[in-house]
Write a protein that binds this ligand. Structure first.
Ligand code: HEC
Ligand code: HEC
Length: 287
């Protein structure tokens, strides 16, 4: 009898502790969602001539449309009945979008991961866009200012209890990029556009290949819980078996719900060659 009582008390205590931990994680994560960041936002030159506008469009095509929609007027992006929904919001100047966005607002969102009010933008990969040079960022903002307004109002993100818990436990990747970006850190330098390992590295950083393929690109896991493992893409992987033409061909033909081929597909052949050159220059798993 005595041991039974002890076991019952033990289980009771365990349940109370687990509930307390769950409540803590829940409220802590909700507080992170509602945090506001007071960021000293730098400005960048926003050109208006046609070459930078073309460059800006190219980068927006490659980086933004698969989350924010073909017309940039929003898409469902992430929707899972058990975890919740996070639409890629309307980023045009139409109703339901972001009319009156200033250059500072653009820089705060793209580079620092926070909206006008300083609230963190969920899932938006600003940690990767931190690597954009001032020149590229300015060109993208210049292009965004020319995008036709789309009138479309999408619901705000709505995260379930389970989604909040998994976010708090770090199971859904880096959801709040604003927390980890070095907001006052030195700005990474841009590199000349060329078929070079340096420009390849720049594109790999900006595209966030490391988010899914791991820090040293030897294989990892996408933040999307439904995704299959992301294989290694350095030496000894499919990347070193593929010729430059094979890789270009892959980006033009492969499709996957979990790998952003559509973004790579708009890159030029030289840009893809630079990415491949950088990846196969890495040590991979070799020590
Ligand atoms: C992986 C998906 C994803 C990609 C890629 C992405 N975004 Fe976002 N972005 C989001 C989500 C989701 C939100 C809304 C977050 C929220 O409401 O908390 C957002 C919000 C924004 C906002 C803030 C709008 C506001 O309400 O103030 C801007 C601006 C923005 N994105 C611009 C861009 C640009 C420009 C690019 C390409 C360089 C881009 N995004 C790429 C997912 C993405
Ligand atoms: C959002 C997560 C994510 C990002 C970002 C990402 N990948 Fe992947 N990648 C995956 C997953 C998951 C797979 C394996 C499953 C699949 O192909 O659908 C994959 C597969 C691949 C493959 C193997 C294809 C094959 O047929 O074997 C290559 C090569 C690749 N990725 C290169 C890249 C490069 C280069 C970048 C950056 C420019 C990148 N990936 C960015 C998730 C990602």
């Amino acid at each position: 009898m005595r041991t039974l009582t002890k076991i019952a008390v033990g289980i009771g205590v365990l349940i109370v502790v687990l509930v307390a931990v769950a409540v803590f994680i829940y409220f802590n994560t909700t507080a992170r969602m509602n945090e506001t960041y007071d960021i000293k936002v730098e400005t960048v030159d926003v050109p208006s001539d046609s070459a930078p506008l073309k460059r800006g469009r190219h980068l927006v095509d490659a980086l933004c449309r698969h989350c924010h929609g073909e017309d940039l007027g929003a898409s469902a992006f992430f929707n899972d009945p058990s975890l919740g929904s996070i639409p890629g919001s309307n980023i045009t100047s139409g109703n339901g979008g972001i009319p009156g966005y200033t250059i500072t607002d653009w820089v705060r969102a793209i580079r620092h991961g926070a909206n006008k009010e300083g609230e963190p933008l969920m899932v938006m990969p600003s940690g990767d866009y931190y690597y954009l040079s001032d020149e590229d960022l300015g060109s993208m903002i210049a292009f965004m200012k020319t995008v036709p307004p789309v009138d479309k109002k999408w619901p705000d993100p709505d995260i379930t209890f389970l989604g909040t818990m998994l976010t708090g436990l770090g199971q859904l990747g880096n959801v709040f990029n604003a927390e980890t970006i070095d907001h006052e850190g030195p700005r990474p330098q841009g590199v000349p556009r060329a078929v070079s390992t340096e420009y390849g590295e720049y594109l790999v950083n900006v595209f966030g290949c490391r988010t899914c393929h791991s820090e040293n690109l030897t294989g990892g896991k996408s933040p999307d819980p439904a995704a299959p493992p992301a294989p290694g893409i350095t030496v000894g992987s499919i990347m070193s078996d593929w010729t430059r033409e094979d890789f270009i061909d892959a980006t033009r033909t492969l499709e996957s719900e979990y790998m952003p081929w559509e973004g790579l597909a708009v890159l030029s052949e030289d840009e893809l060659a630079a990415i491949r050159m950088y990846l196969v220059s890495l040590p991979g798993d070799e020590k």
